[in-house]
Design a binder for this molecule. Structure first.
Ligand code: NAD
Length: 444
């Protein structure tokens, strides 16, 4: 902490050239150690190389390129207009770094969720302490081994360990904390931050619904929902958690969903290269308990030793059962029916504001209604997850699904303070602004 604080105060991290150098070094690390990183992701989560590239390495490479391309513009102070009362003069928003920041990562995308916030924090000129998730140990170890060889050690440190280490870190006085993970620990982080009045960004989770209306292209909707759900074996914070389908199209939708699973992973997903594993035994057991809370319409095969759970569709699920009360965060998809869009909207509004919301319909009017009448951190119409690919869109939750945002310029802003700066010249200094405030002046 002291070393980082010292580096920050010395001004090391301020120049544009230093920031770009760190980002380019990170890109070089990702390129040079691609196969080791993909192997670590496979060891932690059974992630295929293609998936690891798409959702982690490739994602980060694009993130770095976008940031390097726009950084000079983002760093530039922005002039704003000057009101007559403060004339003559100039006003600016001057982005300045926050200082030393802590980034606590989650295990499900252990590279992306640790390094993408770091890209934003370094771009904004901060020193960074990274705390990878201990539940993805191969990736966490590799981070501790590789990052010191590529990034300025006096500005970036990796601290590995579990909850105890995280809590020791949280006792330190940081200038910002970004935490990605569940709401239970989110509350611990926020309480610890309050001790030092440290601002936090919390990237949390929740139950993200997918609504399928009768006029949707059912085959494409099913494929896109299946892709978003069973990527990383359902361990994606923005995966569709459950589906509300119009009751008139439930049967053809289920047929299309089963076909999509078979198309993607064959008749035995357990032997498919592109299907992942549950992160650990504890999560595996938590998920297996959900299988009894509905009718297994499809899937349901499990293997404890391999931490495998087949892509599973549940029907006839009670809304008060744990599988519909808790975030599933695994490869089990409950399908519920609704009579119409209005009931789907009501269902969503009665529950916590989700991290993501997906609507499927051929009618732009219905989709607009869904957007306008519900709350969610992010929304995607007629697809899942794809909004993550646009760096011009912020990513973040609302209410219990999180606070604050990042990606692209939004990440730079999260790790910056927009200092309000006004410059005034000496040459105009009329007496009427100063006491004594005579009655004539008061009229002015
Ligand atoms: P996790 O268990 O990896 O925990 C996240 C981090 O919190 C880890 O680094 C861990 O060491 C730390 N931690 C654990 N206990 C702690 C404690 N007592 N004090 C301080 N730190 C502690 O992750 P998880 O919570 O299992 O993650 C799953 C949740 O994260 C899901 O709810 C998911 O939706 C959410 N998530 C959100 C996003 C997002 O970007 N919004 C991304 C991924 C996951």
């Amino acid at each position: 902490m002291q070393r980082l604080r010292h580096s920050y105060v010395s001004g090391l991290t301020r120049p544009h050239s230093w920031r770009i150098k760190q980002l380019k070094q990170l890109a070089l690390l990702l390129e040079t150690h691609e196969s080791e990183l993909l192997a670590a992701l496979h060891s932690d989560l059974g992630k295929s190389a293609a998936e690891g590239w798409l959702t982690e390495l490739g994602y980060l490479t694009t993130d770095i390129e976008h940031t390097c391309k726009h950084l000079r513009k983002w760093m530039k102070p922005k002039r704003v207009s000057q009101p007559l009362m403060a004339w003559p003069g100039k006003s600016f928003l001057h982005p300045e770094p926050l200082g030393v920041v802590l980034i606590i990562g989650a295990w499900n995308y252990p590279l992306q969720l640790l390094l993408s916030p770091m890209v934003a924090a370094l771009a904004a000129g901060n020193c960074v302490i990274l705390k990878p998730s201990e539940l993805a140990p191969a990736t966490a170890d590799l981070m501790a081994k590789l990052l010191p060889d590529y990034l300025a050690n006096e500005a970036v440190q990796v601290v590995n360990g579990g909850a105890e280490v995280a809590q020791q870190l949280l006792e330190q006085k940081f200038d910002h904390i970004m935490y990605t993970g569940g709401g239970r620990v989110g509350r611990i982080v926020m309480k610890a931050a309050a001790e030092h009045l440290t601002p936090v960004t919390l990237e949390l989770g929740g139950k993200s619904p997918a609504v399928v209306l009768a006029d949707a292209d059912l085959k494409t909707s099913a494929r896109r929902i299946a892709w978003g759900k069973w990527l990383n074996a359902g361990q994606t914070c923005i995966a569709p958690d459950y589906v509300l389908v119009d009751e008139s199209v439930k049967e053809p939708f289920l047929v299309a969903l089963r076909e999509a699973i078979e198309d993607f992973f064959g008749s035995d997903p357990g032997s498919a290269d592109d299907y992942g594993r549950i992160v650990n035994e504890q999560h595996w057991q938590r998920l297996v308990a959900y299988l009894e809370q509905g009718n297994i319409h499809h899937g349901g095969e499990i293997d404890r030793q391999l931490r495998y759970i087949e892509p599973t569709i549940l029907t006839d699920v009670a809304v008060d059962s744990p599988v519909m009360q808790e975030e599933i965060f695994g490869p089990i998809l409950p399908i519920l029916t609704v009579p119409n869009l209005a009931s789907a909207i009501e269902f969503i509004r009665e529950r916590d504001k989700p991290l993501a919301l997906y609507g499927f319909s051929g009618s732009s009017r219905s989709l607009k209604q869904l957007t306008e009448q519900t709350h969610a951190g992010n929304q995607c119409s007629n697809d899942t997850l794809m909004f993550m690919l646009n760096p011009k869109l912020p990513f973040g939750g609302v209410g219990p699904s999180g606070m604050g945002r990042y990606h692209g310029k939004f990440g730079f802003d999260t790790f910056s303070h927009q200092k309000a700066v006004m410059q005034r010249p000496f040459w105009f200094d009329p007496k009427f602004r100063y006491p004594p405030y005579t009655s004539f002046k008061q009229k002015l």
